[in-house]
Design a binder for this molecule. Sequence first.
Ligand SMILES: Nc1ncnc2c1ncn2[C@@H]1O[C@H](COP(=O)(O)OP(=O)(O)OP(=O)(O)O)[C@@H](O)[C@H]1O
Ligand SMILES: [Zn+2]
Ligand SMILES: [Zn+2]
Length: 886
Amino acid sequence: MFTITFDQSPLKVAEAGASYNTNSSSDNSFKEIRLIEVLVDIPAGQFKSQDRDEPQLFTYSIPTHINVEPGDILSVPFGAMYLGAIAIRPTTQIPPGLTLEQIKPVDEVVSKGLFPPYYWQLLQQIATYYQTPLIQVIRTALPPGLLRRSQRRVRLCVDKIPPSGVENFLHPPALKILQLLQANKSKDMSWAELKKKVGGDYWTRKGYQDLLDRGWAESYLDTPKTVQAKQQLAVILIADPHSAVDVTKRQQEVLQILKSCGGEAWLSEFLRLCKTSSSTVKTLAQKGYVLLEEREMLRLAQGIEQTPDRPKTLTPHQTNALNIINQLSGFAEILLHGVTGSGKTEVYLQAIAPILEQGKSALVLVPEIGLTPQLTDRFRARFGEKVCVYHSGLSEGERYDTWRNMTRQQPQIIIGTRSAIFAPLSPLGLIILDEEHDSSFKQDRPAPCYHARNVALWRAQMENCPLILGSATPSLESWVAVRGQQGRGTPKHQNIERFDPISPEPNSKSLINDCYYLSLPERIQSRPLPPVEVVDMRQELRQKNRSIFSSRLQRALQQLQERGQQGILFIHRRGHSTFVSCRSCGYVMECPDCDVSLSYHHIVEDALQTSRQVVPTLRCHYCNYGELYPQRCPQCDSPYFKHFGSGTQRVVEELGRLFPELRLIRFDSDTTRTKDAHRILLTRFAQREADLLVGTQMLTKGLDLAGVSLVGVVSADGLLHLSDYRASERAFQTLLQVAGRAGRGQDPGRVIIQTYTPEHPVIQAVQHYQYQPFVERELQERQELNYPPFGQLIALKLSGLNQAEVEQTAEQFAEVLFSIADEIPELEVVGPAPAPILRVANRYRWQILLKLLPGTFIDPTRLEQLQEVCPRSIRLMIDVDPLHLG
Ligand SMILES: Nc1ncnc2c1ncn2[C@@H]1O[C@H](COP(=O)(O)OP(=O)(O)OP(=O)(O)O)[C@@H](O)[C@H]1O
Ligand SMILES: [Zn+2]
Ligand SMILES: [Zn+2]
């Protein structure tokens, strides 16, 4: 848990000598100067900043007669033009090189409320904490083209205009505008059009100002008229499939699928889903079972309409959790720790209902879009049209429309991935992070490398609303936040300095107790968690089984079809395992100092420029410790000492060879690229079109499929030995999540995990579902080496096309940092070292780790200086609280 400190410094322009802070009555005379930083919509090529594509913030003064707030859309003078702009934050600083007189005033407020008033402070907080320029944070937060898509228009206030004789006293440009508008049927025109007809910006502005002063005209912001609502064919079920008699088996199937989609779908999506032709659907339409109809396609992404459902009767654990949540009124951080299938989603749904009734909105964040269709469907079934989806996968138009819709202040629910934390909802009554432990909540690149959980916490504090973190396997950060440093205590009530948006005085911080630990220890209907069987792959090798499947997993796969059951086969993502291990004894090479596994590297030795030699080496990518790649296992001398990894492709081939009858669906980033692929593949699986779902990480997240009885993990080792201090935590979470997909329906589940190190503490903990003992042990280890959540890490990630240059720069930077560390004993500099995967997309990558003891902060300006001296050919990324090192 960190403290929020907002920059509430007084007006610096008013700093007349040192008297400002000591004599508070003298500041009134200066309060008149109000400055605002704005984001200007500069047409491409009009302005050259250091970085060509980078938009800029400009400072304007606010005239006394208008009220400008952050989030307003403005018209501002810019060179000879007037441009659209978004007010970002009030400032007290005159930009360097300018005098107060040179700062131009804002022209007009065109539209209000593009984001809530405290929003800029949130952006500012992110910029400060994640050491990123504010403008980059703005670019991450606001949807692209927000200004470009908004059109300034002028309309007459018809009832304010006297009936006749106005020609006698109006100036020509004002009269011209009046006549143009009056001639228009809607009494309304775009600014651009007016300008063209009146003859230039200057006269249009003069004329308009006159009409505005008289109250005869006003300007406003509108979506350009060219953006038309899209029409699209929908197919709608109009009769019960069960009563259909005159249909073929296939047609009956198609009707059933439509029913399971909630009775309605877009035709094109539906055809893909059923793998049928439009003639089948047309036949069904002729027979009167379905209706084909043009409908307006909502550009608000709301998903497919669902049959309404009612709140479920809660279990006692759910009731207890909900009661506590319902009693909260202000900020609180709640960890909802519920085992897989314990009904966390139902708790979210019932916690949101009263929030909407109070006229507030709710924000629900989920890890990946692969998980969203099922979850969105459940929300849609409960709350209908009030649910919208927001994530970076939407088109620009969808994002824009959803954004504008969110600022309309009707109570609504936004479901989205990481970037949805920036949704401009207000008032906000509740924020939920589902699967809060998931690492996709952290942005890897570009900067800011923000974690949506941190941002959510700051937002909840600013909005003074509760934040629910839900997970079956909470992150160590969240666990420690609510249970105290050792993770043992009962929910620890902490003192948090809360920002009060109502009275933003520097000292108005209130102390509140606000951490809750809520647990759902049982599955719904007291279904048992599926037993976890661990298979020792070293034994298989001894028994001469060289297949990637143990004989136990082979038997289980065999039985799937015989028993008409379904399974999930989990494969660790390829290309991420760089560790080396022994197939005979399971020994893994580790760094003697850093508690992470060593990474395999080829080093090309070219010292004499005559011979090129490939030398396989093992390297620690924290501290750069290295040794030669041993030919035989240092522990048991076995020659089966290898670099690890088996991809989806290989698994699928082997499955095809061993079980030609088994019907597979591949579910990974290769097969789920297109827009609705997740929904389509999962629906097909749920319709039992396949026996086995084979895939990567994506499978672990929240799938609720009743038919799945078997879960197989091909090799846990890829997860266990990631060369990262978080490897164990992540492996534990992933394995428990994937195990949690089994046995959610009537059939009891079964989980088979294959590994070369069955004695590994993570495997032991997973086998017995021991969350707390695992976490306590892990926390102890982290504490010994000052890893998070105890100490803080900052990674400086360098990359460039020239390997020697990257390495050299990294070494120079490390020198600078070492000298800083000499002054700050709480700072440790580790490295520089090559990233575990040294070269990605042609760029060589090195990194330096900064380790800070609890409570220590490094002055951000010192890291900024590194940014300034960084050669242009090298990219430097500052990753605060990095999750993935490499
Ligand atoms: N009170 C209830 N009564 C009956 N069924 C329920 C109840 N609560 C939830 N369910 C059902 O139980 C199943 C599991 O619930 P849910 O998916 O919400 O669990 P979860 O805790 O989110 O699981 P996971 O962490 O594995 O994603 C769902 O099909 C849900 O509809
Ligand atoms: Zn060995
Ligand atoms: Zn090391």
